[in-house]
Design a protein. Structure first.
Length: 255
């Protein structure tokens, strides 16, 4: 169902975005890979072309910059301009400080990436879907958009906002045939915690100590499931947890 469909993935250079690229390429999708790290995108594009014969277009993009987002979408070559599926995935977290001790620069980075960046990409891509009367928007949210945990304050707030925007977009697009999905993972072992703790691998690894987290591929498989339902079916909302995690705050750890 994805053969020759054009898919835009943000945050495609690592983690969930990279895994989505691999899974969707295997299904025959044509991929627009967008992220800040062009070198990683180029290496991924080469790998997908060799492994799957995938058609890949690479876009160096910082979703925080609205003008850059608009320019990147408007300047796509004609054969790439009709985006069938948007996987709006770019996001990050910074720190676990209590709100009253938090760093404003961290707050701004999370708000600009997780919230504004998602908005800028949706605003640039969705009108084309509406004009064509077809399309699918998948937001990669988080359990943090449903439950708050200690130290999560601003990150959780951005993901709660993503959840509200997803539901609002679905309402706004009623009758257009454009589908809207939120996929909200729990603990996933990617670069997420390493980024959160600014490269402190020991602290990042402790997040997954004694339990089996999700992998990026687990989330990508959920994206594939949602994207390949018949046109009359919308997977509106999917919470994906590792079996060892019962909530944002309750994780069973061995040893």
């Amino acid at each position: 169902m994805l053969q020759d469909r054009t898919v835009l993935i943000t945050g495609a250079s690592a983690g969930i975005g990279e895994a989505c690229a691999a899974v969707l390429a295997a299904e025959g999708a044509r991929l627009i890979l967008a992220a800040r790290r062009r070198d990683r995108l180029g290496a991924l594009a080469d790998e997908l072309q060799q492994r799957h014969g995938a058609a890949v277009h690479v876009v160096e993009l910082d979703v925080r910059r609205r003008e850059s987002v608009n320019e990147s979408i408007e300047s796509l070559p004609a054969e790439w301009a009709a985006i069938d599926l948007l996987v709006n995935n770019a996001g990050l977290s910074r720190g676990l400080d209590p709100l009253h001790e938090g760093a404003p620069r961290d707050w701004e980075e999370m708000i600009d990436t997780n919230l504004k960046g998602l908005l800028w990409v949706d605003r640039a891509v969705v009108p084309g879907m509406v004009r064509r009367g077809a399309g699918h928007v998948i937001h990669i949210g988080s359990i943090a958009g449903r439950q708050v945990y200690p130290g999560g304050n601003v990150y959780c707030a951005t993901k709660h906002a993503v959840r509200a925007l997803t539901d609002g977009l679905r309402l706004d697009l009623a009758g257009t045939a454009v589908r809207v999905t939120s996929i909200d993972p729990g603990l996933v072992n990617t670069e997420f915690s390493t980024v959160r703790f600014r490269g402190d691998r020991k602290r990042a690894d402790s997040v997954y100590r004694g339990m089996t987290p999700l992998t990026a591929d687990d989330v990508a498989q959920a994206v594939l499931f949602a994207a390949t339902r018949p046109a009359h079916v919308t997977v509106a909302d999917l919470l994906l947890l590792p079996t060892d995690q019962a909530s944002a705050n309750l994780v069973y750890r061995r040893g």
